[in-house]
Design a protein. Sequence first.
Length: 626
Amino acid sequence: MHSMPTHAIMVLVLPLISAAVIALFLRRRGGAASAVSVVAAGAIAAIAVILAVHRERFNVSWEWLRFGAVDDPKAFVLSLGFKYDDLAALMLSIVGVVGFCIHVFSLGYMHDDAAKARYFGGLSIFMFSMIGIVLADNLFMMFIYWELVGFSSYLLIGHWHEKQSAADAAKKAFIVNRVGDFGFLLGIVMCYWANGTVNLTELAALGDKHALVFSTLIPLLLFCGAVGKSAQLPLHVWLPDAMEGPTPVSALIHAATMVAAGVYMLCRIHVLMVPDALTVIMWTGTVTALYAALCAITQSDIKKVLAYSTLSQLGYMVAAFGLGSITEDGTAYAVGVGAAMFHLMTHAFFKALMFLGSGSVIHGCHHEQDIFKMGGLRTRMPVTFWTFTIGVAAIAGFPYLAGFFSKDAILFLAYHNNPTVFGLLALTAVLTSFYMVRLWKLTFWGAPRSDHAEHAHEGGFTLTAPLVFLALLSVAGGYVGLYGGLFDDILDLVPTAHGTDHTVIFVTSVAVMLLGGGAAFAFYAPAETDSLQTKAPGIFGALAALKVSFDRAYDYYVAKIQQRFAMVVNFFEQIFLAGLIVRGLAGFVGLMGLGARALHTGNLNVYAYWFLFGVVLLWAFATGVL
């Protein structure tokens, strides 16, 4: 255990201080609040990079709460601890750097917002919560910050709470995440009960000694938290609706940080994995990736396309983790961790770029989000066009961009471990290239299809500088050698194809990109109507129905089953609990009181008779007559 450097404490405390200062003193001063939040985010990014570059690694813990005697080995102890290894260093660098870019972009995007102070306060509390998840050294502490992330995302998604759709989306995100978090909490409790600890370092040590209690149920319950937070089937329904929040929030929550927390948590607990749990995780990720890619094809809202794209890429990450090889003792070999985290990193770069690029388009088009009412933006917004093009190329798997390397690593892992999953993920890659080129062509090419598009314009420095920086990361972020060995414990685990395997994966990757992208470029004409809806309404209708199927199923369950069950329970509560037990007992006691008062007559003769009656009863009881 090493000492914790002061600036490492600051990286967690700074956003909390920023949020507190804004909440207490700057609620009506949006300019000052934004400055405080952005400076804090810049400091976080700088400290995260410094910690990584200096290779400072530490693992410290302080006892926070104890139930039981000090010398009792079975006492329940809750610790406040920080574990900063290569995995945490990589994730903290992603959160810090991408988070700072989004803060800077927000300066321009939210410049005229009336509640700017509340918005930037929400960003700061979100950064605090997310950094807490990254640094937590035990599952209980991770769960506390996990819930804080849910709270802060509720605030940010519902920032424009005057809109009913935004308020509903915030509540939906909060409630759906609580469903997954309930399973997560049960998994934490079960892990503590089985192994006597939830400290990540101690669990790893138990695994090395073969003293760890392995169970399929523990990792699957913990995975429930990732299903909610990383929006995997069937708890994915909150993420597309969450696009009601400001676009920078979509970039922060749904590209780089919050939704990635589930994947990060899985990588933290990989020592607990067993083959059956990994199989469930692998198939959950694979099905989610394919389902979301199919849903993205019919979307007309630029942010909704990117939301389903995020769902699909998160499915890729979860599938990569589940594809991890199994060692002889039944534990999960961490190659899945390397593939998942590598794609998480590159995805954070190009998806944040595209979300911010969509924000630049929306801002330039006076808050128009329908891609069929855009067009012609290539010449009107050149910086946004070229940077967004790099993002599209990266996610489509264009050779030697960031997304190409990480997607190839996952395809290679699937190729070796499960050919069926390899085929489904390759199909998903075709669809990814298809719907991203569709989005790109309809948004930027052709003639303007609305007044807003006709008068679109590029934003200022704060709107374009983050795009350029993230575009550079989307180009260079996949070259592992550029990191100079900073995250070797993770990046060394990234599977790399060689020889014939390399040729197969390279050819497959380029083929699926050209097939999907070429088909979309040829099929879609820049027009006010969807070419697929016009030429193949049956397919379009089926894909649209697929998108709403889960929401309709949940609505049916709530209205027809849960609500009716609640009404039955309410009936029994009113009749038996509130009626018979509560009011019935109260009425009985009231009657006893009335009877007792009736005995108080004030007549001495009556009292004498009651005295004699009592003596007779006492005599009868003593002699055994009664």
